[in-house]
Design a protein around this ligand. Structure first.
Ligand SMILES: O=P(O)(O)OC[C@H]1O[C@H](OP(=O)(O)OP(=O)(O)O)[C@H](O)[C@@H]1O
Ligand code: HPA
Length: 178
């Protein structure tokens, strides 16, 4: 699997540093509250697991599975709910946990849906942000790393469902796409 990687974007150590920094900020901002952390499947699983260990206030967990990518490396712009929450978010403080924010289509749909369900507050934490790819006006309050417009894999992020189990984040060699 490592043979397919062209360059490392965030090493395991760098990812853990980002988790500590973001966890500290979230701990300070949510002191005395019990937010619901909503992990967006499947890409956020590793980041969510590491991040919540760095948050020192009570949190509850839930998951949503939505899909905006169907195969390749470009967004289709369509968002489909594959798995909805199992808890009510009414009057709750919600933190959405994402692996990557790109066009913003996915998060925009989720934020709209959760606002419609009358959340008390809603913020986004994303490990990676590709601001150059944004098509929808949405920003995350907590960002691990801003990256250029290059397709990345690892640490939950996939190419055609592979590479999610790579412990770091990297770019793929061009021959892998062909
Ligand atoms: O800002 P956007 O352009 O909407 O892109 C970001 C979304 O795309 C990826 O999910 P994907 O639909 O590929 O599902 P996955 O997490 O299961 O891989 C990623 O995990 C984000 O949810
Ligand atoms: O760069 C990416 N890699 C994997 N999945 C993604 N979903 C949006 N952007 C990406």
């Amino acid at each position: 699997m490592n043979d397919s990687i062209k360059s490392v974007v965030l090493s395991e150590e760098q990812i853990q540093e980002r988790c500590k920094t973001l966890g500290k900020q979230i701990t300070e901002d949510y002191n005395g509250k019990t937010p619901i952390c909503i992990g967006i499947l499947k890409g956020s699983i590793m980041f969510m697991a590491d991040l919540i260990k760095c948050i020192d206030t009570h949190v509850e967990l839930d998951f949503m599975d939505v899909s905006s990518y169907h195969g390749g490396t470009e967004s289709t712009g369509e968002v489909k709910i594959l798995k909805d929450l199992s808890t009510s978010v009414e009057n709750r403080d919600v933190i959405i946990i994402e692996d990557i924010l790109e066009t913003g289509t996915t998060l925009n749909s989720i934020v709209d849906l959760l606002k419609y369900r009358n959340v008390n507050s809603i913020e986004i934490v994303t490990l990676l942000d590709k601001p150059m790819k944004r098509k929808v006006d949405i920003e995350a309050k907590y960002v691990g790393e801003k990256i250029p417009d290059e397709f990345v894999v690892g640490y939950g992020l996939d190419f055609a469902e592979r590479y999610r189990n790579l412990p770091y984040i990297g770019t793929l060699k061009p021959e892998i796409y062909q």
